[in-house]
Design a protein around this ligand. Structure first.
Ligand code: SF4
Length: 218
């Protein structure tokens, strides 16, 4: 199954209107939600973020809440201590720049660049890709567990692509450019609900007729 065949068929079966299943209220809270979602499900993150973002929707208010205050909200999320530290460092950095008090927070334009964005505390490559892709429609490919697993499952990348960075590099080469902005969204939703890690739901998959995955179930 080629990427072209996949991206022609699968987007018709996932909700293309929702940009991310993570709850957020502005670009700052989206970044916080993405940081919290590392090795945690969106569902779990969404359980805690509405209350958190009511009190801390901006870098300034997050700093006012403080690290201990933040931990009270995110205690049920894995690695909450490290994540709290990253979020406070990110907030402190953004306090030095425009918009830190704006409820409709938007990252300063200089951060619409992956290298610049990744200079911010707590923002690694995957987080930067997801923010650029979801918030600004930029064609980066955020490689999370679903994208990583299924790029291998479909044979789009080889065993040597053993890190998210290597998978992204290969996907950018083999997936036609016109699909880049949707890759993360489509592969995450398809991977979460249909082409799952264990027992993929092949009977209800739109590419079952052309898929050559070795663990196909239909
Ligand atoms: S047919 Fe099955 S293995 Fe292939 S893409 Fe669909 S769900 Fe995944």
């Amino acid at each position: 199954m080629t990427p072209e065949q996949y991206f022609k068929a699968v987007p018709k079966t996932v909700d293309m209107n929702i940009r991310s299943e993570l709850y957020s209220t502005n670009e700052f809270t989206f970044a916080v939600a993405v940081i919290l979602s590392a090795q945690a499900t969106d569902k779990k993150v969404n359980e805690v973020t509405p209350a958190l973002f009511r009190v801390a929707p901006t870098p300034a208010k997050m700093l006012a809440l403080g690290e201990d205050g933040l931990k009270e909200y995110i205690r049920v999320i894995s690695f909450f201590n490290n994540k709290a530290r990253s979020i406070m460092r990110l907030s402190a950095q953004l306090m030095n720049e425009d918009g830190a008090n704006e409820t409709d927070y938007k990252f300063p334009k200089k951060y619409h660049d992956r290298e610049q964005l990744m200079k911010l505390p707590g923002i690694g490559q995957k987080t930067a890709n997801v923010i650029m892709n979801v918030m600004w429609g930029m064609p980066n490919i955020g490689v999370d567990t679903h994208v990583f697993r299924n790029a291998h499952r479909y044979g789009w990348v080889g065993v040597d692509a053993n890190t998210p960075e290597k998978v992204e590099e290969k996907l950018l080469q083999i997936i036609p450019k016109k699909y880049h902005a949707m890759v993360n969204h489509v592969m995450v939703l398809h991977g979460r609900y249909t082409c799952k890690a264990l027992r993929p739901q092949c009977a209800s998959c739109p590419v079952v007729g052309i898929c050559t995955a070795h663990d196909k179930t239909a």
